[in-house]
Design a protein around this ligand. Sequence first.
Ligand code: SAH
Length: 348
Amino acid sequence: MERTQLLSLTQEELAAFLREFDSAAFRARQVGQWLARGASIAEMTNLPAALRARLEERAVANPVAIREHFRSRIDDTEKLLYELLDGNLVEGVIMRYHYGDTLCLSTQVGCRMGCRFCASTLEGRVRDLTAGEMLGQVAAVNRHLEKEGRKVHNIVLMGSGEPLDNYANTVKFLRLVNAPERMNISLRNVSLSTCGLVPQMRAFAKEGLPVTLSISLHAPNDEVRKKLLPIANAYAIEDVLLAAREYVETTGRRVIFEYALVKGINCELRHADELAARLRGLRCHVNLIPLNAVRERDLNPPARSEAEAFLRRLEARRISATVRREMGADIEGACGQLRRRVLKRERN
Ligand code: SAH
C-alpha cells in the first residue's frame, strides 16, 4: 500500500488521519509542527516510539530529498536535484537576494506543453507532483538553508511543469504553504507562472489567492507565438490577454508577462511596438529574458545590444519592463538541463 504523504494534508486532514492511530487531540499539533520544520517521522521525538513505528508503516513526512546541489561561484545561486519516493527526479533553484531567498519550484515531473526552447518538456510529462511534493521542496530547502541561518522567503512556480496543468495540487499547495501551521509564507511572496491555459487562469482568479500571476507570452501575436509555444494553437493571444485583464480586475494585482528573447524570431523593434500596442492600458510589467540556449534546441538569444534596444523601445511606449539578469550561469543554465544530464549519466 502506498504510504500517505503527511505534507499533502491540511491540519484538519492530518488530525483525522492521526485519530486512527492515537486518540490524543494534541498529536496533530505536534506532528504539524514537525512537518513545518521538514522533520522525518523518526525525528518526531515527542511522539511515543510505538506511535512513530506504526506511523512509519503507513505514512511518510517529507517525500522529497535533496540528492545533489551545485552552488554558483559567480552569484551564490544554487541548483538542486531532488529525488522523489518513486525515484523520479525534479530540479530546483535557490536565488540568494539581499531581501531574502527565492526558491524556484517544480510542479510536474517533465511537462507536456512542448515549448520549443524549454528543456523540461523534451520527454513529455512523466507525472504530476502532489501538494506534499511541492511543499516538501520548500521543507527540504529550509533545512538546507538552516545552517546559514536563512530560509525560503519567496517562491516562484517556474521550475519544471505547468502549474495550471496540475491545478488541484497546485492550489492545495498554495493554501498549505500559506497556512500558519505549515510554512506560513505570505502568498504575496509567491509567483505562479503559466504558459497561458485560459480556462484555468479564469478559475484561478476566483480562488482568492493573492499570488502574482506571470504569463509566458513570448510573442506579440499568434503567428510568432505559434513558432515557440504549441499551446498558442489552442488559445489565441487575445484570449490570454483577456484572461490577464480579468485577473487584474478580480485580484487588483498587476500581472507579469514573461518574454524570452529569441534571436531571429521575436526581438525586432516592430515586435516591441506591436507588444506595446497590445498591452496598452493593462496593469502589467514585462520581464525580458534573453533565451537560455538549450543544447537540444536550435534557438539562441539575441545580442545584448538587441535586447537593450527592445527594452528601450518598450519603455518609450510607456510599458514597464526589465531585462532579467542571468543567474547561476556556471551551474547548468537553462531550465530542466540538470535533470537531463543526470538521467543521461545514469542511463549510460
Ligand atoms: N510552465 C510555466 C513555468 C515554466 S518555467 C510557464 O510556461 O510559464 C518559467 C519561465 O521560463 C517561462 O516563462 C518559460 O517559458 C521560461 N523558459 C523556459 N525555458 C527557457 C529557456 N531556455 N530560456 C528562457 N526562458 C525559458
